[in-house]
Every structure is written in structure tokens, then in C-alpha cells.
Design a binder for this molecule. Sequence first.
Ligand code: UDP
Length: 412
Amino acid sequence: MWSGHSCPPSRLSSRLDPLESALRGPEAWPEARSTGRGQSRAGAGAGAGQGGKSGGKSARHLPVPDGPQLCLAWNRHATTIEVVQSKRILVTGGAGYIGSHTVRLLLEQGHEVTVVDNLSKGYRHNVPANILYKLNIGDTQALKELMRQVRCQAVIHFAAFISVGESMREPERYFANNVAGSLSLLTAMVETGVKHMVFSSTAAVYGDPPSSPIPETSPIQPVNPYGESKVMVETMLRWFDRIHGLTAVCLRYFNACGADPAGRLGEEHEPETHLIPLLLRAVITGRPVTVFGNDYDTPDGTCIRDYIHVNDLAQAHILALDYLLGGGVSDQFNVGTGAGHTVMAVIRAVEEVTGKKVPYVIGPRREGDPPGLVAASGKLREKLGWEPRYTDLGTIVEHAWNFARKQAAPKT
Ligand code: UDP
């Protein structure tokens, strides 16, 4: 068994509800056993970490008293050993879809990760229990205590509500959670001296853009409270930089999709509103999906989106962290591949991967759907050296399908 939560006991233990034991067996998180914070602290020695076997990269910590931890990371597909500096990162919303993929990548790359998630949308099974704190980001005091305890160097901030439609019905929840919650987090960072944030923003900040592909310089004109809530946080971040010297990278996501290539994590929204998981569900259940409009001015009449694999998105966060911790100035970047696909093209890709017909009906347009959203992603590539690995739509769908099938399989 891998160890349970191993942070030093303090007042936090009652306030923060650290999860006591692993909810999944050790096979779910082999890398975490060798690289997670609990192990490296509890083990207290160079021999504490043993390289994980299932990830491409494994890591072993070399503790340096009161200094940065060094870590040997080696890739079993390569012949080199990299010496990388292990970073202490706090991840809010790390039990959610994009957050959990990023946490997994951070752990695989040898970093010390602390996850804060209130589990309102995320799942316990997405992260190792010994790094998960069930906590609301609105609890500034508890965040401060945790930040001091784990001595984090930077925050990756995912925790937010993400549904455009819901934000049109209940804007107050979006401003309370996404804006006031982020303000609480920023306040805790300022008061504990944490100086860097990678912020989970969205292409929705551009609203209905005048042209596509969309550069970062496109007008900021959100058309729903969800997009507006992200703009408000981006605005706060500019002022926190100017006044408190807190640097931030805002990553404006296009359509996150796909799943961990090994099938260990994937998209589990409830209710699900995103196209690819809905199409896969339709294949499994036989219940048709509604295509929202086929009378747009696009080659086949359906909307065009830029589908970005969740692992490529996760990697963008890690590059942004390196950039900020290396002294980079605050900036905003689109995260998309630069290629657009219509809804019908996605349906064809699903049919090819699954070998089954997708049951669907054509319905009316969905309110607030822009006809085309494609990223101009040159800035991220040029400035941070990002290169998406899974640009083929078929591969993205295949990874999502592997996960969906696993989820649908009867549990033994
Ligand atoms: N879409 C659709 N039917 C659905 C869900 C989505 O036709 O049941 C379309 C939607 O209109 C958009 C694309 O699929 O053009 C991607 O939608 P999704 O909700 O996945 O992401 P969004 O682009 O809204 O962030």
C-alpha cells in the first residue's frame, strides 16, 4: 500500500480535512508513490523515492536542506538523465478534468504537488489522497495556513465553474465562485508571499471574435458571465502584478478534450455538455446527440472549434510555471492547435475510431455559440516553446474512447 497523508499534523488537520487514505489502489498512482510530497518528506532521504514503472518519466528526489529539491528525472524512452529542480506547486481544482491531468504530469516530472479542491465538481479518485485537501478557495485563512505549511512557490488555479449555459441562468454563482474565490486565493498568496500564478482562462474572453484564427490581441468582449468572470480575474491579476509584484500567466483554453493516453484519467463532467464525450456516450447508449445547428456559414454548416488534447494543455501549464519561476513577466497565451474541425468532422472521427455509427439529430442553434473559434497559437509556441503532441483528431478521440469504454464497463 502507498502511504496515506503525511503532512505534519497541525491546526490544519482539523480545518482542512486532508484525506486519510488512498481511495484507489497503488496501481492507480505508481508515480505518485515515488514522487509525491508525502513520500519525499516521510522518506527523508535520497533513497526514499523509487522510480515509478508505468509513466514514461520517473523521478527520484535529492533533498537539499532549506533549499530547492533537486530531482533526477529519467525517461525510459531516452538514454539521458535530466537533473530538474523539483518545484512546490499548489493546484486549485486539481481533482477536476484538466487539473488532474496537470497534477499527474507534475508528479511524473518530479514536482511536489498540493491539491486544493472542494470536490463539488472534481473527484477524489483523480488525485492521490495524500496530496488532496478538501477546501473551498473562499476560505482565505485556511489557504494561508496551507500555503505556509507546504511552502509553495507558485499556484496553478483551475478551480472554477465552467458552464456557459449555467452562467447565463445563475450569474451570481459564477461571480461568487470564479471571481470572489480567485480574490480570496490571491489575497492568501499576497499575505504568504507566493508570487506566481498560472491561471486557467478561456477563449470565451473573446466572445464572438471579428476574425479567426484569434490572436491574443483580439478584442476582449465576453458574451456570457462565465467569460466575463475570467476577464475579471485577468484584470485583477494585472493589478496584483502592478501593486504586489505577483506575476501571472493566463492560459486561454480552446476546446479541451481527450484523455490520459494510458486511460487512467478522463473527462467526467456531470452533467456532461461537451461534444466528444457526448458523442461517445451516444455510441455506447444508442441515444442520439443533438447537433446544434447546421446552417452556419462553414463548409458543412456546423460550428468549427479548435480541439486541444488535455495533456498538451497540461504541458502548457508546466511550461508557464517554468517561465514564471525563471523570472518571466506576466502574459496571456492562447492554448489551441490552430486547426479547426466542424461538428460533423468530429462525428466522422468518432465513427472511424469506434467503428460504430453515431446516432444524432440536427437541432436548432445553441444560444451564444460562435460559428468558429480557432486559436492563433504562435505566441505560446514561440515564447514558451510549446508544441502540441496530439494534434490528430483521431488520436484525441481514441484516448477519450479508451476512457469512456472503461467507465462504461461493468465494475467488478
Ligand atoms: N455541440 C453540439 N451538440 C452538443 C454539444 C455540443 O452540436 O450536444 C457543438 C457546439 O455547438 C459546439 C461544439 O459542439 O459547436 C463544441 O461544443 P462544446 O460544448 O463541446 O464546447 P464549447 O465550444 O461550447 O466550449
